[in-house]
Design a protein around this ligand. Structure first.
Ligand code: NCD
Length: 650
């Protein structure tokens, strides 16, 4: 039996040194020859590979499995994770921990960005990323580079046009990192606005001091005029500069004639990753032999990671420059080479992290990753949001970078967890923020409302005054309950939904008051619009909280701008089709940015725009502890925060 491999995870193509890739290619040459000659290998004899595929796959899974068999090893597979415990809600972490006791290495494909990193963190055996969401697909890149090098003899200095869905195409992202490292020139040709994401560009710029040029599909089609018209290659190696026509020629850095186009790398529209606003297949480009007819493209090979849909003409298949089936075929020897190379590594790599440790947040002020496909948002039971300071062009912006998926989040408001003050972030706070990160006292908020919900106060505020006390609040609630009951045509169709957090406390009070008046206890739910996910939580009501054909009374404490109410309305309509949605507010302050009018008002208290009304309500548990007392306070915002934008005040 071969020795078990060291814990060497391949999550990103950047986990491999250039020399590692070269060694893998040498091994791949040997295995290609052996396969052609029908010679077998026993490199992995007695070892077991587990393939866990949470997403469809043909080439990647089968070529990994074939590679392992060809090396004398064996494979256990969960090709359809819907038929595994994942369907029962098992976490990725638990699955890989268990599978680590059954296999010597794990190959994982997953729909969420950053999933392979998590699998690698929790598995005791090496993990190979076979594609994680739209992030990376490093072993496809090994196949791509291997074929490209075989066709062109080298990688350095090649010019590769990446065409298609460069936004969600994970093969493209890994390929960009690798081509940048090997010194190839990259021309991005996104179809329909599917541009290379900012975080990918930022990474190549930062790590490889590399910039890629972008041309539109129309510009590419006009290649008959030669690439010179499109871009110029500065003498600085591996850097492309797009000639936009805005910069006078003499100011451009010294240029040498552009290279020929050596390869087109075409990708399909990754429809399964769409969120909204992405192009339709019909608006997507179609690549055919015409692109190869110009003097500068006639030597180019056409690559595609496959599967293709409608973007690549079948007529190209017989053209010797079409190499996509060779890329797929290379899957076996290249993956054999990767496994054999992993077995050569006696010890795991000693990578010193260049990154500072993640920022420690207290749970109530932890930011949320903006990427809906981030693994951290889907495996939240055990994965705490993890952020580091992001890349900011200067100190006037505070960016946080999600550690799981690399997406960045712009922070508008920062707070200090001990003083419980919040501030609008500006350059003057940068030093403090760094200090608070070190102390573990940084809080971040999207909106003023969010800061207030967490009981933070503005750094500077005008005098605060109480405008309602507990008996007045109780009377306003009574008035609301009376109005709702008087208005209800049929009590049994009524449901109450409170916007978290004060609106939800009010909703429970109103539900009790309505029950005291009518004997009917309406179902009650809390709606979280500014938390991790917009979600509806049923409060001691029936399991299925239906809004269809019901009259929903949506309860909030104060309307500041109306944005929260609008989000809540959208969330309700996504949930079903209510007969009506009526809005009940404890305090109407008289103005709002959106044309939203409450149906039921506890009390009208006209206030100025710069003033904030803050409602403090006692929850049942606080009553027991005799802590807080109901009150409504008014204060005005001054300087340090600047004017509050409508969306921020929410
Ligand atoms: C790619 C993938 O899964 O990302 N396929 C593959 O592994 N060869 C490309 C794709 O699905 O478009």
């Amino acid at each position: 039996m071969s020795g078990r491999p060291a814990k060497y995870d391949l999550v990103s193509i950047e986990d491999l040194e250039t020399s590692d890739i070269e060694r893998i290619f040498d091994l791949a040459d040997i295995f290609t020859e052996a396969l052609e000659a029908g010679r077998s290998s026993a490199v992995a004899s007695g070892l077991i590979m587990a393939t866990l595929f949470y997403e469809p796959s043909t080439r990647t899974r089968l070529s990994f499995e074939s590679a392992m068999h060809r090396l004398g090893g064996s494979v256990i597979s969960s090709a359809d994770m819907h038929a595994s415990s994942a369907a029962k809600g098992e976490s990725l972490a638990d699955t890989v921990r268990v599978v680590s006791t059954y296999a010597d290495m794990i190959v994982v494909r997953h729909p969420y960005d950053g999933a392979a990193r998590i699998a690698a963190e929790y598995a005791a055996v090496p993990v190979i990323n076979a594609g994680d969401g739209s992030r990376e697909h490093p072993t496809q890149t090994l196949c791509d580079l291997y074929v490209l090098r075989r066709k062109k003899g080298h990688l350095k200095g090649l010019t590769v046009a990446l065409c298609g869905d460069l936004k969600f195409g994970r093969t493209v992202h890994s390929l960009i990192y690798a081509l940048a490292r090997f010194g190839a020139n990259i021309v991005a040709v996104p179809y329909g606005g599917m541009d290379v994401p900012e975080y990918v560009l930022a990474r190549v710029a930062e790590e490889s001091n590399y910039g890629l040029s972008t041309v539109t599909i129309d510009e590419l089609k006009s290649l008959a005029g030669g690439l010179d018209a499109l871009y110029l290659t500065p003498s600085k190696p591996h850097q492309m500069a797009l000639f936009t026509g805005e910069m006078p020629l003499e100011r451009l850095p010294a240029v040498r004639p552009p290279a020929l186009l050596d390869a087109f790398y075409v990708t399909r529209l990754q429809r399964e990753r769409f969120t909204s606003g992405e192009p339709s297949q019909s608006a997507y480009g179609h690549f055919d032999a015409r692109a190869l007819r110009t003097s500068r493209t006639q030597e180019a090979v056409v690559m595609h990671p496959l599967p293709r849909t409608d973007e690549l003409d079948y007529e190209l298949d017989s053209d010797p420059r079409a190499v996509y089936f060779e890329q797929a075929a290379a899957g076996v020897p290249v993956r054999m080479a990767l496994i054999a190379w992993m077995l050569e590594q006696a010890t795991p790599p000693h990578r010193r992290s260049r990154l500072e440790p993640p920022i420690k947040f207290k749970s109530e002020v932890t930011p949320r990753c903006p990427n809906p496909s981030c693994i951290g948002r889907h495996e939240g039971n055990y994965l705490r949001p993890r952020f580091r300071l992001g890349r900011s062009p200067n100190r006037s912006l505070l960016m946080l970078r999600c550690d799981y998926c690399e997406r960045e989040l712009r922070v508008e408001f920062v707070g200090h967890t001990r003083s419980r003050r919040y501030y609008r972030f500006d350059e003057s706070l940068y030093g403090f923020v760094r200090q608070w990160i070190e102390e573990g006292t940084l809080a971040v908020f999207d909106t003023v409302k969010e800061a207030e919900e967490c009981d933070y106060e503005p750094y500077r505020r005008g005098p605060q005054r109480e405008i309602m006390n507990a008996p007045e609040i109780a009377r306003a609630c009574d008035s609301l309950a009376d109005q709702i009951v008087a208005d209800a045509a049929e009590m049994t169709s009524l449901v109450i939904v409170g916007v978290i957090s004060r609106g939800a406390l009010l909703a429970i009070r109103l539900r009790d008051l309505i029950e005291a008046r009518t004997g009917f206890r309406p179902p009650c739910a809390a709606l979280d619009v500014c938390g991790r996910e917009t979600c509806l939580i049923t409060i001691e009501g029936p399991e299925q909280f239906a809004v269809d054909d019901r009259t929903v009374v949506l309860v909030d404490d104060v309307i500041n701008s109306g944005w929260t109410v609008q989000c809540a309305m959208t969330a309700l309509w996504q949930r079903g089709r209510p007969a009506a949605v009526k809005l009940a507010v404890l305090i109407d302050r008289g103005h709002r940015a959106l044309p939203i009018r409450p149906n039921y008002i506890g009390r009208s208290i006209p206030t100025a725009r710069s003033e904030r009304v803050q409602v403090r309500l006692t929850s049942a548990s606080e009553v027991e502890k005799r802590r807080a007392v109901d009150r409504v306070v008014l204060y005005s915002m001054v300087d340090a925060l600047g004017p509050i934008k409508e969306t921020e005040g929410a």
